[in-house]
Design a protein around this ligand. Structure first.
Ligand code: ZN
Length: 372
């Protein structure tokens, strides 16, 4: 992605507000054809690049714009897991989308959240959105905290997502942002302090307390799940968790956030009997059984905020990633692999080699987040 002044055609690799000479808003343009024009092979590991060897490729697009990108030759997951791919000077550099509904898309969000969110959506094959489509977004809302503490989904991530949905044709009145408090704290207080509420009002999008709505009883495996009716009333659900590392659950991400669709009293009662890890796996089964869309894609898209994440000691650390998948458990498994943490029980059943990865390879973005 490059940013260009429409008048003087000066080009930047990062988004400036305005061209410093013409004071005009820069326009985004995406490179269409990338060619490898230089290769460095790195053999010495460093804290942020623990796996070697890796390559730093110098790429050039059709307009002569150049940039460097880290590249790891090992495929971690999918049909070509374990395969090696190396580039030679003059090769075309391609990033392929995946139509597999279990794949996980990974992209860097260094300067431009809008670009990273659009990119992971298109890496999964895109979303069909029209003005009648009813969309429900579920950010992480668990504490009354400022955005910088990374307790809740960052408001910028929600802001850019709503912008993308509206540009794709969605109407603001058909988009809702939802949450449910599983504690004594009212959800409105969390939505306000986290600035999620102000993003809703600036976009004229309704904020909904799921706890005040109707829940549908679903019986599965001898358990009763009371799940918010909103899942059935909307055409597309976007689960928008912030990723965290957690001393008990290992990963708090897509699966843990989906619990907010579960009625508080019903969930807390079951949690007392079964424990959270077991319930996460059971909930996955419930969701896979009813969350199939009538069309070709599953109904729930999981889009994870991995820009700055909380470690298990609650310190925030930069990761600069956006992850997306139609499979929430696969998304959490990939995040555990990226963070190089010991796997919690509930993620051990998910084999990383069976998850197709698109965008950036796991090895390119992996680092020991708990040890830095
Ligand atoms: Zn200019």
């Amino acid at each position: 992605m490059f940013y260009q002044c429409p008048k003087c055609k000066k080009t930047w690799q990062y988004p400036l507000q305005k061209c410093p000479e013409c004071f005009l808003k820069l326009e985004r343009f995406e490179s269409k054809n990338l060619k490898v024009i230089g290769i460095s092979r790195v053999l010495i590991p460093s804290p942020m690049h623990p796996k070697v060897p890796y390559f730093v490729l110098l790429l050039e697009d059709e307009n002569g714009n150049k940039f460097v990108q880290k590249f790891t030759p090992y495929r971690t997951g999918g049909s070509d897991a374990g395969a090696m791919k190396e580039y030679k000077i003059g090769d075309r550099f391609e990033i392929k989308a995946s139509q597999n509904k279990n794949s996980v898309a990974i992209w860097r969000a260094k300067y431009d959240l809008y670009e990273a969110i659009s990119r992971v959506i298109s890496l999964l094959g895109g979303l069909k959105i029209d003005q009648n489509k009813k969309i429900l977004i579920l950010p992480t809302l668990v504490s009354v905290c400022h955005p910088h503490e990374r307790e809740n989904t960052h408001p910028e991530v929600l802001r850019e997502l709503i912008k993308i949905l509206i540009e794709k044709g969605a109407k603001a009145e058909n988009i809702k942002v939802a949450g449910q408090s599983h504690s004594e704290t009212p959800i409105e207080a969390m939505a306000k302090k986290s600035q999620i509420l102000s993003v809703c009002s600036e976009n004229k999008v309704e904020f909904l307390d799921l706890g005040k709505g109707i829940f549908k009883r679903i019986e599965k495996e001898g358990l009763v799940f009371e799940i918010s009716e909103e899942i059935f009333k909307n055409d597309l659900i976007i689960n928008l968790p912030i990723l965290k590392l957690d001393s008990k659950l290992g990963v708090k991400g897509a699966m843990e956030n989906l619990i907010r669709f579960w009625k508080k009293e019903n969930f807390l009662g079951q949690k007392y009997l079964y424990g959270e890890e077991e319930l996460i796996l059971k909930l996955k089964e419930v969701f896979s059984s009813f969350a199939k869309a009538s069309e070709d894609k599953p109904k729930i898209l999981n889009l994870a905020d991995g820009t700055i994440i909380q470690r298990s000691n609650r310190q925030a650390v930069i990761l600069d990633l956006i992850l997306a998948s139609f499979n929430p458990l696969n998304l959490d498994r990939v995040f555990a692999e990226i963070s190089m943490i010991p796997l919690p029980e509930y993620l051990k059943s998910v084999k990383i080699s069976e998850i197709p990865i698109s965008g950036r390879e796991i090895g390119e973005v992996q680092w020991q987040l708990e040890k830095i």
